[in-house]
Each structure stands twice: as structure tokens, then as C-alpha cells.
Design a protein around this ligand. Structure first.
Ligand SMILES: [Zn+2]
Length: 236
């Protein structure tokens, strides 16, 4: 099972629970096809784009492939029919989406922070004509489901910044900034107030960003790895 690992493989800190959940689902749906390069690359891309990866090492597709391989060896029979059956059932219940296409984050009204959306459960219209969706957050159970405003509290997921993207950041930019709390990471909208450019070295970006959080106007000085950017608009 180690054969697939490239020799100078950097230390890998492991997958998040949400990622493992998605890989389990993908494995169930695709069976042995999940070992395919393209399949793994697609999944890798979606993981690396997720704000749940911010501040964590970037995943390589071979790491996902090894994970699948290990799982398949452990349970050699993951019949493909299982997939059709589950999927049919899921569609009937509605709301469950292809794990590879999940790309939304929603702002919780409880703390004003953004969380990755696992699925949309229902929608409704308020008397004001505004639309709301009920979302399930990744890593949370049904008891944490929330109704959120479609227009201003749901959006395409933010993307963790790469070292090379540092030079694109400007004062005034809207970013998503990661705050470490006791047992979880929370992401808040923030604006860049000031950038102290430093020479990049082998560790990547060393610049310091002074940011101000939107929700409480507090300020913080952070490194690039704590920031996510808004996805580029498709029209641009
Ligand atoms: Zn930098």
C-alpha cells in the first residue's frame, strides 16, 4: 500500500472529518473507480478549495488515492449497485447533493461566522418576499440546522490563499479570516487594512496582514495562511 507514495512525501497531517465523510460517500458511490487519477484529482481540488482546509497543508491527489486504496483493501467489496440504490433513496428524500459539487458556505446567525454547507434541506419565502434556505452545516448535526437568507447569507465557498497569490491582495479586500477557538476553527469576514510585505522564503509568504473583522470591528494581525479569498467571479 506504500507503493503509491512518492519518496519525498511531505508530512501529511491527515484529513478532516468532513473530508473523510466525503471520501466515504465517494467510495460508496464510485467503488473501484475512485482509484482513478481524474477522480482523485477532482476530489482533491474540491477539498483544497474548501475553507475547511485553510491553515492546513494542501492535499495531493495521491494521498486521496492511497486512502481509497487502503479502504478498498480493507473492505474489498464495495459493490457499485450500492451506489444506485443509495442515490435513488437520497434523491427521493431530496436535498442530498453530489459530494464533489459542494461549494457553498452560509453565515450562521448565531455567531455571524461562515460555515461550509453540506446540503440544502428546504426553502421558504418570507412575507417580505425574501427567500430563505434551511442548511445543514458540514460537521454539524440536524440540531444545528439554520434558516438563512439566500441573498446575503449564502455564497460560493471562499478559497484558501496560496503563497503565490499574496501579491494579488490589496488593502480594502474582503477576505475570510480563520480564528482558532477552543475546539474548532471559525471563519469571519474581514477587510484588509494594511499589508506589511516581507520577502518570501522557503516557508512561503511571510507578509503580515492587519485585518478588521466585520462582525465586531476588532482588529488582528495575521499571516496569509489564515486567510481565504472570495472565488473569482465566473464572468471575469
Ligand atoms: Zn506575502
Amino acid at each position: 500500500m506504500d507503493r503509491l507514495r512518492p519518496r519525498n512525501r511531505p508530512v501529511f497531517f491527515g484529513f478532516t472529518n468532513a473530508e473523510i465523510e466525503k471520501m466515504e460517500k465517494a467510495l460508496q458511490e464510485a467503488g473501484e473507480e475512485s482509484l482513478g487519477k481524474e477522480f482523485c484529482q477532482r476530489l482533491t481540488k474540491s477539498f483544497n478549495r474548501s475553507s475547511g482546509r485553510a491553515g492546513k497543508p494542501v492535499i495531493k491527489w495521491t494521498e486521496i488515492q492511497s486512502w481509497f486504496q487502503t479502504r478498498l483493501q480493507g473492505s474489498p467489496e464495495v459493490p457499485k449497485n450500492e451506489f444506485t440504490r443509495t442515490k435513488g433513496l437520497e434523491s427521493k428524500e431530496g436535498g442530498i447533493r453530489d459530494p464533489l459539487e459542494l461549494e457553498f458556505e452560509a453565515r450562521s446567525s448565531k455567531d455571524g461566522a461562515w460555515y461550509d454547507v453540506e446540503k440544502f434541506i428546504a426553502h421558504r419565502f418570507l412575507s417580505t418576499g425574501e427567500a430563505e434556505v434551511r442548511v445543514r452545516f458540514i460537521g454539524f448535526g440536524a440540531e444545528e440546522d439554520e434558516w438563512v437568507n439566500i441573498k446575503n447569507a449564502v455564497r460560493e465557498r471562499s478559497v484558501p490563499l496560496e503563497n503565490t497569490e499574496c501579491s494579488n491582495l490589496k488593502v480594502g479586500d474582503l477576505v475570510l479570516c480563520f480564528q482558532e477557538r477552543r475546539d474548532q476553527a471559525i471563519y469571519y469576514d474581514a477587510r484588509i487594512l494594511e499589508i506589511q510585505r516581507k520577502i518570501h522564503d522557503i516557508r512561503g509568504c511571510r507578509c503580515l496582514f492587519l485585518i478588521r473583522y466585520d462582525h465586531d470591528n476588532s482588529e488582528d494581525r495575521v499571516r496569509l495562511r489564515r486567510l481565504c479569498r472570495r472565488p473569482k467571479s465566473k464572468a471575469a
